[in-house]
Ligand binder design. Structure first.
Ligand code: IMP
Length: 194
């Protein structure tokens, strides 16, 4: 039986996010056991993804007595939408969805977009919070493609993969280049050192 000190909770209701992180976790030799805590966290309208992640963590960490983290992400269409939906990603996905985003774009080849992910970790042994960031650049696909992943995955083509959306990639492939994968790698470096 593991002690609570050996457990790190990923506090999320999003099973896709948990599965992505779980896959990454499995490949690492770190003395923690990853568990999902399916807890709704409070979202606020803030100026940055970082601020939102820190806010979510502050609310969530009082509910567990061990190390835990939350993750907050955003999808930014830089050209031609000047970063929209950005901090409104969740709301925009629920309202106009991927079809709605595509209707706002004319020149897909010229489009530019990125994802940002912030992992906010409460690290019990040091009794302190830490932030880890990841970012991936790409463009918008002219049509919805692929059946894997979630959210904006079917309309995002990362620069590193020729003409495939995130939703056409296996979890392992997405993790290698994704915003979440990169934030995670930063956190793993930290966990291995501490
Ligand atoms: P959240 O607030 O971090 O859950 O994410 C904001 C919005 O971005 C939600 O609509 C998610 O579906 C979407 N999103 C977050 N991460 C990803 C991703 O890795 N791929 C596609 N969409 C994502």
């Amino acid at each position: 039986m593991k002690n609570e000190e050996d457990v790190i909770y990923f506090i999320t209701t999003n099973k896709y996010k948990f599965n992505e992180i779980k896959k990454l976790f499995e490949n690492e030799k770190i003395p923690y056991q990853l568990k999902q805590l399916n807890l709704e966290t409070i979202e606020i309208q803030t100026e940055s993804v970082k601020e939102n992640a820190s806010f979510k963590l502050n609310n969530a960490k009082s509910k567990v007595n061990c190390s835990c983290f939350v993750e907050d992400a955003g999808f930014f269409v830089d050209d031609p939408l000047n970063g929209f939906p950005g901090l409104y990603s969740s709301y925009v996905f629920k309202t106009i969805g991927n079809e709605g985003i595509l209707r706002l774009i004319n020149n897909f080849k010229q489009s530019k977009a990125h994802f940002i992910a912030i992992i906010a970790l409460f690290f019990k042994p040091l009794n302190k919070d830490f932030l880890f960031e990841g970012r991936v650049e790409g463009r918008v696909s002219e049509r919805i493609k692929g059946s894997r992943g979630f959210g904006f995955d079917p309309i995002f083509i990362p620069n590193k993969i020729h003409n495939k959306t995130f939703a056409e990639l296996k979890i392992e492939e997405k993790n290698k280049i994704s915003h979440r994968g990169k934030a995670w790698k930063e956190m793993i470096k930290f966990l291995k050192k501490n």
